[in-house]
Ligand binder design. Structure first.
Ligand code: PEP
Ligand code: MG
Length: 584
C-alpha cells in the first residue's frame, strides 16, 4: 500500500531505490546490572570497542582523496577528538566500574547527558552538533556489538540503496556515497547538520525530520524520495514512477542548460554586467565556487574555523586556512570576514560571552573582537600573511559606528608593523569593508563610507534588527519578511549611498541567492551578489531574463509601496511585462 511520509528537504532532488534501514545502534542497550566479577571484562570490552572506533576513523581518514577530503576530514577529526575526550572516557569507566552498568548502558547514559547539553543551545547550528555525539557513540556501540572479523565488518555495497536512519554521521555519508548510496531519509537531524551539507555537496537527495520513517519503512521496500516536495513515498504507484521519470528528464535538461552557464559571463537581458560572488565556510564551497564560475568569494565566514575545533586556532593554523582559500580561488578576490562570534554562535574556547540576557544585541562580531584585541590581532596577522598569495579584502561584521572601523584600522596598522619587524612579507594594499547589518550603520552609511573601502549588506541580520524579529524564530515568519517596505527602503538607501561614493557594495544575505529577489535587488541598483555557490547558476540564469534598466526605472514605484503585498504585486507586474516582451 502506498504510504506518504513528510520530511524537511535538506538536499534537493528526487531519487528511487530500495530502503536499507540502518538502525540506530544506540537503541541496543543492555540495562542489566553487572556482577562484581563482570566489571573488569566489561571495561576491557568497552575499551576495545573505543579502540576499534578510533581505528575505523583513522582508516577512513586515510582513504579520503579529492576535493571533499579536507572537509570530510574535518568532521572525522572532530569525531576522533570526541573519542579522546577525557571527561567522556572517565565518565564511561566510572559508570561501569562504580555504577555496575553495562558498557552499552554507560554509553547511552553519557550520550543522553551530552545530548541534553546540546539540546539546550539556542543556535540551530550548534544544536545540530549534538548529532556528532550520537554518531561517535553510535560508532562505539556498533563496535561493541559487531562480529570480530574485519571482513564481516566491512560496509556492504550500497548500490541502489536509500539509507533510512535516525541520523547519518558525516564520515559514513562520505563512505556510503562512494559505495553507491542514492539518498538518505533521516527521522531526526537538521538542515544545518554537516551531513546535510555533505549530502548537498554529493548531490544526494536527503530528507531530515521524517518522523515515522524508521517505524514505517522496512528493509527492501521500494521508496521514492521527493526532496523537492519534502515527501517519501513508500511503495510508489505507476503514477509516482511516471512523475519521477518526468522529473529526471527535466532535471537532466535543466542541468545541461545551467552547466553551460558556468563559464558564461553574468549579463542581464539588456547587457548590464553583474558580479556573482560565493559565500564560503568549507573547502568544498571553494571548489564549487570555482566550478560554477564565481567572480570571487564575497563572504568567507572565518568563525567556522573557530567553531569546528577545540581551543583557538593559532596564527599559523589560521594563515594556512586563509591562504588555501586564496590559492583555491586562483587570483580571484577573497573577502575574509573577521570573527563573527557571539549571539547564537558560541565557540568551544569560550571567547563568546555566555549568559547575556539579550545576546543578539550583545557582545558579538566586531564588538567581541575589539574586546579581545590580542586574539583579534592574531587573526589580522594571519589574514595579512595570506594576502601575500592573492587579492584579499577584510570584512568587519556587526559594525555600528565609525569608531569601530577606526579601531580596526589602528590594529591592522600595528599588525603590519609587528609582521614587518619579524621580516614577514606584507601585501601592498588590503581593502577594509564594513558589513551593514546594524540599522545605525545603514542609516548613517555615508559616515561609515568615510572609513570603509567597500560594503557588504548582511540582510539576514539587518532584517532581524530593522523588523525586531529574531531570525531563528519561525513563529515570526510573517514579520521577518524581506519584502517589508521599510526594510527595502533601507537597503536601497545603502546601495545608493555606496554608488554615490563610488565604492563597491555587495549583498551577502540569503536573499542574494533566492531568485525570487533577483529582480528586486537589481531594481535597487545592486551589481554584486554573494550567495552559496550552489545557487550561482540559477541566479545567473534569472539575470539573463531581466531588463536591468527597466527595473531601475520602476524602482521608485516599488519602494513607495505601503505593504509587502503591494511590493510583491508591483514587482510581479514589472517582471511579467518584461517576460511578455522578452525572447525567453
Ligand atoms: C547576514 O547577516 O546577512 C550575513 C551574511 O551574515 P551571517 O548570516 O553570517 O550572520
Ligand atoms: Mg550577519
Amino acid at each position: 500500500m502506498r504510504i506518504v511520509l513528510k520530511g524537511t528537504p535538506a538536499a534537493r532532488g528526487m531519487t528511487l531505490g530500495r530502503a536499507r534501514l540502518v538502525q540506530p545502534s544506540i537503541l541496543a542497550v543492555d540495562m542489566r546490572m553487572l556482577e562484581d566479577a563482570e566489571v573488569g571484562p566489561e571495561i576491557e570490552r568497552l575499551h576495545k570497542a573505543i579502540d576499534t572506533a578510533r581505528t575505523e576513523l583513522r582508516e577512513l581518514r586515510g582513504k579520503l582523496h579529492g576535493a571533499l577530503a579536507r572537509e570530510v576530514g574535518d568532521f572525522i577529526d572532530a569525531h576522533s577528538l570526541l573519542l579522546d575526550d577525557e571527561e567522556l572516557l572517565r565518565g564511561l569507566d566510572d559508570l561501569v566500574a562504580v555504577g555496575h552498568y553495562t558498557a552499552s548502558a554507560a554509553l547511552k547514559m553519557q550520550r543522553d547527558r551530552l545530548a541534553a547539553v546540546f539540546d539546550a543551545m539556542n543556535d540551530p547550528y550548534l544544536k545540530s552538533r549534538g548529532e556528532d555525539i550520537d554518531q561517535v557513540i553510535g560508532r562505539v556501540m556498533s563496535a561493541l556489538n559487531q562480529p570480530s572479523s574485519r571482513e564481516e565488518r566491512k560496509l556492504a555495497s550500497r548500490v541502489g540503496e536509500i539509507v533510512v536512519s535516525d541520523t547519518v554521521a558525516p564520515a559514513d555519508m562520505a563512505g556510503m556515497a562512494g559505495q553507491g548510496m542514492l539518498g538518505v531519509i533521516a527521522s531526526a537531524g537538521s538542515i544545518y547538520s554537516h551531513s546535510a551539507i555533505l549530502a548537498r555537496s554529493f548531490n544526494l537527495p536527503m530528507l531530515v525530520g521524517t518522523r515515522d520513517a524508521l517505524a514505517t519503512i522496512n528493509d527492501d521496500d521500494l521508496v521514492l524520495i521527493d526532496a523537492e516536495l519534502g515527501e517519501v513515498i513508500v511503495h510508489p504507484t505507476a503514477q509516482d514512477l511516471a512523475r519521477y521519470r518526468q522529473w529526471q528528464r527535466q532535471a537532466a535538461a535543466e542541468g545541461r542548460r545551467l552547466a553551460a552557464l558556468a563559464t558564461a559571463p553574468t549579463l542581464t537581458r539588456d547587457g548590464a554586467h553583474v558580479r556573482l560572488y560565493a559565500n564560503a565556510e568549507l573547502a568544498g564551497d571553494i571548489t564549487l565556487a570555482r566550478a560554477r564560475g564565481a567572480d570571487g568569494i564575497g563572504l568567507y565566514r572565518s568563525e567556522f574555523l573557530f567553531l569546528r575545533q577545540r581551543g583557538l586556532p593559532s596564527e599559523d593554523e589560521q594563515f594556512a586556512a586563509y591562504r588555501d582559500v586564496v590559492l583555491g580561488m586562483g587570483g580571484l578576490p577573497v573577502t575574509i570576514r573577521t570573527l563573527d562570534l557571539g549571539a547564537d554562535k558560541a565557540d568551544s574556547a569560550g571567547l563568546a560571552l555566555r549568559g547575556e540576557e539579550n545576546p543578539a544585541l550583545g557582545v558579538r562580531g566586531i564588538r567581541l573582537s575589539l574586546r579581545y584585541a590580542d586574539i583579534f590581532s592574531v587573526q589580522l596577522r594571519a589574514i595579512l600573511r595570506a594576502a601575500c598569495y592573492g587579492p584579499v579584502r577584510i570584512l568587519i561584521p556587526m559594525v555600528t559606528h565609525l569608531g569601530e572601523l577606526t579601531a580596526v584600522r589602528n590594529l591592522i596598522k600595528k599588525a603590519r608593523e609587528d609582521l614587518a619587524r619579524q621580516g614577514q612579507e606584507l601585501p601592498e594594499r588590503l581593502d577594509i569593508g564594513a558589513m551593514i547589518e546594524v540599522p545605525a550603520a545603514a542609516i548613517s552609511v555615508t559616515s561609515i563610507l568615510a572609513k570603509a573601502d567597500f560594503l557588504a549588506i548582511g540582510t539576514n541580520d539587518l532584517a532581524q534588527y530593522v523588523l525586531a524579529a529574531d531570525r531563528n524564530n519561525d513563529a515570526l515568519d510573517g514579520i521577518y519578511d524581506p519584502l517589508q517596505p521599510a526594510f527595502l527602503r533601507l537597503i536601497a538607501h545603502v546601495i545608493a549611498s555606496a554608488r554615490r561614493a563610488k565604492k563597491p557594495v555587495s549583498l551577502c544575505g540569503e536573499i542574494a541567492g533566492d531568485t525570487q529577489f533577483t529582480a528586486l535587488l537589481l531594481a535597487m541598483g545592486l551589481e554584486e551578489f554573494s550567495m552559496h555557490p550552489g545557487q550561482l547558476l540559477q541566479v545567473r540564469d534569472r539575470l539573463t531574463k531581466l531588463d536591468c534598466a527597466a527595473l531601475r526605472r520602476a524602482a521608485p514605484r516599488l519602494f513607495r509601496a505601503h505593504t509587502r503585498d503591494e511590493v510583491e504585486e508591483r514587482l510581479l507586474e514589472v517582471v511579467a511585462k518584461q517576460e511578455g516582451c522578452g525572447e525567453t
